[in-house]
Design a protein around this ligand. Sequence first.
Ligand code: NAD
Length: 322
Amino acid sequence: MKKILLTTTSYQDTPGEHHDLLESQGFEIVRERGPLDEERMLELAGDFDAFLCGDDAITARVIEKSLPRLQLISKYGIGLDKVDVEFATAKGIPVTFCPGVNHTTVAEHTFALLLAHCRNLCEEVNHTRKGEWTRLTGNEIMGKTLSIIGFGRIGKEVAVRAKAFGMEVKAYDPYWDEAFAESLGVSRANSLDDALGDAEVLSLHLNLSESTRNLINGESLKRVKDGAILLNCARGELVDTQAMVEALASGKLKGYGSDVLDQEPPPPDHPLLSAPGALITPHIGSRTYESVVRQATMATRNLINVLNGEPALAQANELPGE
Ligand code: NAD
């Protein structure tokens, strides 16, 4: 009997067809509450035919210890920055993932953060809950310039929504989809500096890699317009935490709306939790009833297909002979 390690909590906690699909296969399923760190993954590794994982630390050591039994890493979601894909590929292990099923949900969350910031939503709700009628003046987003860094699936959905709000949109991505940009009236930033330069709102939608880690740091923040708002529904490690704390404290940035942090879950004294102008949500950008079912069903289908010797719906690595 195939043994599967299931770690993603949104998969486990959300009702939907994915549960029946997984149960129908007769697998032995071991459930853990992820994201698991490397230490816990190392304790578990070696005993499973497949991982159905979220943002657990699937490092080279974990993969090495999982062999020879491990046949597949099925990532629930899109970001593969916690999986050592290169090492998995070298060991002949397919890594599957779920592109194209959560982009609308993450784009909606990006606007939840932006509008909450511009209209002082959390602060005002806290006031009225306490019986206070303290009326703060906000800002509208119509006519403001939004710079999108990473113009992939989510970045494009953010652009669609920004245009509907009447924003000016520019984007930066080394891979440029001119037809899409032209159809929507999105202008192309020629460089990261160009993207950072004249926007009132910046939104990160690129992947985390060694070259993009701390992309937003003390130096790059100098090029951002004073009083801008930065949104991050991608990965916490794209932003240098200390530099962000300083930018918020000095007023260089008016706000940081982020769904992600460099440590998840963060320690209670993580400096961004209490920084002025920081609105942090606990990595719920793709966590809607609609998106979770789509994502979980795709991750489960990827798992079943590969274990049955069939192609996955989406595989992130190419293995020799495939
Ligand atoms: P995607 O692969 O479709 O798009 C990412 C884009 O970033 C690509 O077009 C790529 O060319 C671009 N890019 C890479 N390096 C860049 C750089 N240095 N500068 C500018 N652009 C660069 O991925 P997606 O589905 O749009 O997801 C984007 C990211 O969002 C994921 O990698 C993941 O980390 C994150 N994400 C977060 C949540 C959440 O719950 N908050 C959910 C899903 C995805």
